[in-house]
Each structure stands twice: as structure tokens, then as C-alpha cells.
Ligand binder design. Structure first.
Ligand SMILES: NC(=O)c1ccc[n+]([C@@H]2O[C@H](COP(=O)([O-])OP(=O)(O)OC[C@H]3O[C@@H](n4cnc5c(N)ncnc54)[C@H](OP(=O)(O)O)[C@@H]3O)[C@@H](O)[C@H]2O)c1
Length: 279
């Protein structure tokens, strides 16, 4: 509850409101097999939307689709690896053939990695992060543009960490997510003339498989359900940004006091190195 009060972006916690916004719609959710994407899919299906579920893990996707069907909802499974261009292309072709009109795409699939730029694997991390956090989702959205018409929404599940200042050891993750965020903002400026709305949701730390190495039991973090309620808020309100109240202050601080921020982050990195030497 404290995490929700202090950290959460605005959220839609009213099931009736969500149902009014999405009932009868067809909505693609990427990264629906686990974590925030799974919760988003459940919320949308409970609100009577037809959800199209995609990720790499067929078993968890099928389990989720069965759970939704058992509760009286509608879900279809599309297995695909968004980091593989050929699989993205095949996914686009199937979706366009089977669902020529989409009401929304929730671009949620992603992967985080925290590793030093001095690490031997950082170049590979950067390539993989760009593929899953930027080029894969961007190719998918471009391929689906003909299925998005007036009233359709593209929701980007982003992170507060794409906003300045960048953190040490997060270059691959934050850089790839920030690149996609700006790319989508540019696309949003263009597609609004066709009545398509783009909204980025900037989430803080959320308890999921992805973030498990980053927090301890005492760390303040949202639940996946809380985060999902912020994501679906993008389908309820006609906004382009959903962010916690303090994010604008973080951005302003980085703008007004860049050297203070730089020194503080330098201290964080020095502390990490000191802890590594002691291990
Ligand atoms: N957790 C946080 O603290 C946090 C904070 C801010 C923003 N976010 C963002 O929230 C989103 C969801 O993260 P999460 O925390 O829910 O992580 P998660 O539990 O690990 O879920 C990630 C989802 O992305 C899918 N995915 C990963 N690589 C994929 C690939 N190559 N192709 C297709 N699907 C792929 C995964 O499915 P498969 O493994 O089955 O493919 C899974 O369904 C991410 O975009 C993340 O950046 C998370």
C-alpha cells in the first residue's frame, strides 16, 4: 500500500470504467506470458476485451488463454520471439490476416540487464537489448499500422529510468528503452493525424521475474497488478503520458542540477566497485 501511495503513476482501479472503455475491443498484448503483461491481459479480458497474447513461452501463454476462457473471456495465442526479425514478420502477417482491425497494441515485452560497460558481454547485451526493447517492437508496430485506425491506441510500457539522468551500468537497458520511447513519440506525432493515439506509461520498480535481482524484500516496489492498472489507464483516459507525480521533479532536477546528479551517480558507481572488491 505504501509503495502504491509513494510510487504509483495514476491507475485505473475501477473495473466498470475499464469495461466501458475496452469491452468488445481487440487488443494485442506483447510479453503476456509473465509479469506486468500477464496482469494487463487478465485485466483487459476481465473487462470483456478480446486479448491477443504474444511472447516466446508457449506454455505460460496457453495457460493464460485457458484461464481467461475458463472465466468466460476471449484470448488467442501467438508465439513469437520479438528479437528475431523473421518471427516478427510472420507475426505481423498472421495478425493482419486474422485481425485486420486492432483497437490497441500494448507494447510491453522487454528485457532488462544491469552490467558494467567494462564487462566483456556488454556489446552483446547492447545488441540483445536493442533487439527486444527497440527494433523488434518498432518493427511490429510499423507492420501493424494498417490495422490501426481512428480511435486505436498504442501503449508503450516504459520505465521512469528512460528519463534523465541515466544510471551507471544500465546503458543497454535504459538506452534501448529510451530510444524506443522517443521513436514512438515521433511516430505518435505523425499518426495522430489518422486518429491513432500513442501513450507511454513510465513505471517505477515493480516486483516481477525481470526485476527480481534488483530488489530485496524491504525494497519499495509496485506489484505487477498495480503496474498493470497504470498500463490499462492509458486505454481509459485520452492521454499521451502516464507517470508518477515525482518523475517531472526528477527530470527538472537533472536539467537544473546536472553536476549534482552526475556526482551522486558517480558515488553510486564507486560504492558498487568498493562492494565488489570486498566480495
Ligand atoms: N519490473 C520492473 O521493475 C519494470 C519497471 C519499469 C518498466 N518495466 C517494463 O515492463 C515490461 C514488462 O516487464 P516485467 O517486469 O513484467 O518482466 P517479465 O516478467 O520478465 O516479463 C517480460 C515479458 O516480455 C517477454 N519477452 C521477453 N523477451 C522477449 C522476446 N525476445 N520476444 C517476445 N517476448 C519477450 C517475456 O516472455 P517470454 O520470456 O515468454 O518471451 C515476458 O512475457 C518491460 O518492458 C519492462 O521494461 C518493468
Amino acid at each position: 500500500m505504501l509503495a502504491r501511495l509513494l510510487l504509483s503513476p495514476p491507475a485505473c482501479r475501477d473495473a466498470a470504467l475499464l469495461r466501458r472503455a475496452v469491452a468488445g475491443q481487440t487488443i494485442l498484448v506483447t510479453g503476456a506470458s509473465f509479469g506486468i503483461g500477464r496482469e494487463v491481459a487478465l485485466l483487459l479480458a476481465e473487462a470483456d476485451a478480446k486479448v491477443l497474447l504474444t511472447a516466446r513461452s508457449l506454455g505460460p501463454l496457453q495457460e493464460l488463454a485457458d484461464l481467461i476462457a475458463a472465466r468466460g473471456g476471449q484470448a488467442e495465442v501467438y508465439r513469437a520471439d520479438l528479437a528475431q526479425p523473421a518471427e516478427v514478420e510472420a507475426l505481423i502477417q498472421r495478425l493482419r490476416a486474422e485481425h485486420p482491425k486492432l483497437d490497441a497494441v500494448v507494447s510491453n515485452a522487454g528485457r532488462s540487464i544491469r552490467r558494467s560497460a567494462y564487462s566483456a558481454s556488454e556489446k552483446r547485451d547492447l545488441e540483445r537489448s536493442l533487439a527486444i526493447n527497440f527494433s523488434g517492437p518498432a518493427a511490429l508496430i510499423l507492420g501493424l499500422l494498417p490495422s490501426l485506425g481512428s480511435g486505436s491506441v498504442i501503449v508503450n510500457v516504459s520505465t521512469v529510468s528512460v528519463k534523465p539522468p541515466g544510471g551507471p551500468r544500465w546503458g543497454s537497458y535504459q538506452g534501448s528503452k529510451a530510444g524506443f520511447d522517443l521513436w514512438l513519440a515521433c511516430l505518435g506525432a505523425e499518426v495522430q493525424a489518422s486518429g491513432v493515439r500513442v501513450c507511454s506509461v513510465y513505471l517505477p520498480l515493480t516486483r516481477t521475474r525481470m526485476s527480481a535481482p534488483t530488489y530485496s524484500a524491504a525494497t519499495l516496489a509496485l506489484s505487477a497488478r498495480d503496474a498493470a492498472q497504470s498500463v490499462v489507464d492509458a486505454l481509459v483516459r485520452p492521454v499521451s503520458r502516464i507517470a508518477p507525480w515525482w518523475l517531472a521533479w526528477q527530470e527538472l532536477g537533472a536539467l537544473l542540477f546536472p553536476n549534482v546528479m552526475r556526482r551522486a551517480l558517480g558515488l553510486v558507481e564507486r560504492l558498487d566497485r568498493w562492494q565488489e572488491r570486498r566480495r
